[in-house]
Design a protein around this ligand. Sequence first.
Ligand SMILES: [Zn+2]
Length: 450
Amino acid sequence: MSTFVLLFIVCTLQAQNDDSIFIRRIADEILMNGKAYDDLHVLTKQIGARLSGSPQMAKAEQWGLKLFQSLQPDKVWLQECMVPHWIRGGKDEATAITGNQRKSLDVIALGNSLGSGKNGVNANVIEVKSFEELEAKKDIIKGRIVFYNYAFNQKFVKTFQAYGDAVRFRSTGASQAAKYGAVAAIVRSMSESTDNNPHTGSLRYDSAYKMVPAVAIGLKDADWLSNQLKKTGLLVTLKTYGRFLPDTIGHNVIAELTGSQVPNEYITIGGHLDSWDPGEGAHDDGTGVVQTIEVLRVFKALGYQPKRTLRFVLFANEENGLRGGTKYAEEASSKGEKHIFALESDEGGFTPRGFSLTGSEEQYQKLKSWQPLLCPYGGCEIESGGGGSDIGPLNRSQKTAVAGFMPDSQRYFDVHHARNDVFEAVNKRELELGAVNIAALIYLVDKYGF
Ligand SMILES: [Zn+2]
């Protein structure tokens, strides 16, 4: 072995040792003095659900701004963007009538769906389990309510795959049903929970067809409905009140630690500040928001001076428009900022498992080489192909490598977009360990580049 090779190995080992010591300090600070859990308590309990355009959303922006300012980064600002302003407008209701039996169903209108009006929709229900079945039954759809009863495929070990597989019925089911004359749609909730809470989420109308009301139904009621329909015809009365107000002003809340050596290379860490309205937006995405803030707090607490410029972003309007993420990428490009890496935490605040990356093979190998440093804190799995909705536009506009923080996925869809997505569903240790992993990865990307 030449002296040069030996020196190289010694230096590499020394660097790894320095890194593991610094990451240990990050972990100690977060696990001993962490603020993420307390921050989440304020966000969920004092502010609550944060639909785009709602007063709580505006309150959350001010909360985020003040919290960032209190940590004294180099810069803090609000980045304005126009956001859609959908309101639920009332309490969504559905009643099933069979013979002289009436049963109220636990439903919630899908986000962006238009209301039924005061008189409601009153029609026979027809169940389908696929779009192919809808197509086959197209001649008997007219005047009916289409019930999409497609369950999460239990064979997927990672629940995001089951969600990705099923979510088409929520996003496009209403318009596909309206195409054949349906008057409304009921969608089996995007969940595999054992309770009966309905899970909302956005739908997209196809403007070619009538915009019919659409609701999600709790899983127990979905099974009940399906069983009843096997025995007899069934009438459902549906009342929803959703509507759009004019677009309104929203903001990304941004803090920056300016790079000391390569300030024109940007690294973004973020989560989204908006949420759906039935719960408190705790796991989606309060946890990503407070983890983002915690990463800034720990760097300041340890006196860490980044080489590159670090941006901490609480994105606006992820749930029903993505206007925040879009605006952030547009401004980055128009200012000629070079964004080398972006990371989002938007898969819940559960036990950390690792990271997923959309980038080059070389970048993937680099991330993989840091696995021994992250693994002691839970971040052992390095997957390819991930990211986050809000950082997607950066990847599309300037090929920024994007990563998704990947916590354990088993319980996420028990609470996702439902009334039980509340502070109490979040575990303090799991939340903090997530912040440790994110901070550790950001430190490594900053130190070595990407
Ligand atoms: Zn989310």
